[in-house]
Design a protein around this ligand. Structure first.
Ligand code: CTP
Ligand code: MG
Length: 236
């Protein structure tokens, strides 16, 4: 059965949510950790469901939590829940298998980016609709970035080999958007070694187009990110 959101939407959003959340510290799968009193995944799905282009949402949940996630999300939005895999890429591939062929635009969006505004989902979808096969939201890099290597004599410290020109670097977020056929073909042939889906498209030699990202689409990764997210939610 395909849970359907907006019948006039033309986009399926895959939400990988099967990670353990190890960098967040002990406390169970990240998607189910509380954020301002509700599981992180609920915040994420509410925002995805609010984007008018979205016809279908497929969540890849931790395998042991599929039933619990279905129950949790039933009052939030119509979603399809599948069991995720051991690696993010595998979770994405398992979710992609639930998308019917007639949906031509597929976005992949980390559950961990729980505060992503619906308008970012719309802008990525719009760029794919306009003809770009793969689209990613990006932000400028704020820190100075240095390349390092092992120090002389094999000591414990690293030494700087050079400073990278930050003006040509970007931090990459999700949702990442794709033509369905493009995402299906790169996932069909991929080894599980990429941290994002656009990396697979790059490897296949296709262009990946950038759109402006959003600070609100930050990934909740470490304990400090949870504190920041709660503070953002408290802003009226
Ligand atoms: N993810 C997934 N399946 C996996 C691993 C990750 O669906 N096997 C999802 C996570 O749930 C998250 C997104 O991919 O929404 C980005 O991954 P990340 O932020 O690294 O989350 P975790 O893997 O849960 O965190 P950590 O790496 O700290 O364990
Ligand atoms: Mg991870």
């Amino acid at each position: 059965m395909t849970a359907q959101l907006n019948a006039r939407g033309d986009v399926a959003v895959l939400v990988p949510a099967a990670g353990a959340g190890l960098r967040l510290g002990p406390g169970g799968p990240k998607a189910l950790r509380p954020l301002a009193g509700e599981p992180l995944l609920v915040h994420a799905i509410r925002r995805v469901a609010a984007a008018p282009s979205v016809r279908m949402i497929v969540v890849a949940a931790p395998a042991a939590e599929v039933g619990a996630v279905r129950e949790l999300l039933a009052p939030v939005a119509p979603v399809t829940v599948v069991a995720g895999g051991a690696e993010r890429q595998e979770s994405v591939a398992l979710a992609l298998a639930a998308v019917p062929a007639e949906i031509e635009i597929v976005l992949v969006h980390d559950a961990a980016r729980a505060l992503t505004p619906p308008r970012l989902i719309e802008s990525v979808a719009a760029a794919v609709r306009a003809g770009h096969p793969a689209v990613i939201p990006v932000l400028p890099v704020v820190d100075t970035i240095k390349q390092v290597g092992p120090g002389e004599g094999g000591g414990p410290g690293e030494v700087v080999l050079g400073t990278v020109d930050r003006s040509v670097l970007r931090s990459v977020q999700t949702p990442q958007g794709f033509r369905h056929d493009v995402l299906a073909s790169v996932h069909g042939s991929a080894a599980h070694a990429h941290t994002d889906d656009a990396g697979l498209v790059e490897k296949a030699g296709l262009p990946v187009t950038c759109v402006p990202g959003s600070e609100l689409a930050m990934k909740i990764t470490r304990p400090l990110d949870l504190i920041l997210a709660e503070a953002l939610l408290a802003v009226p």
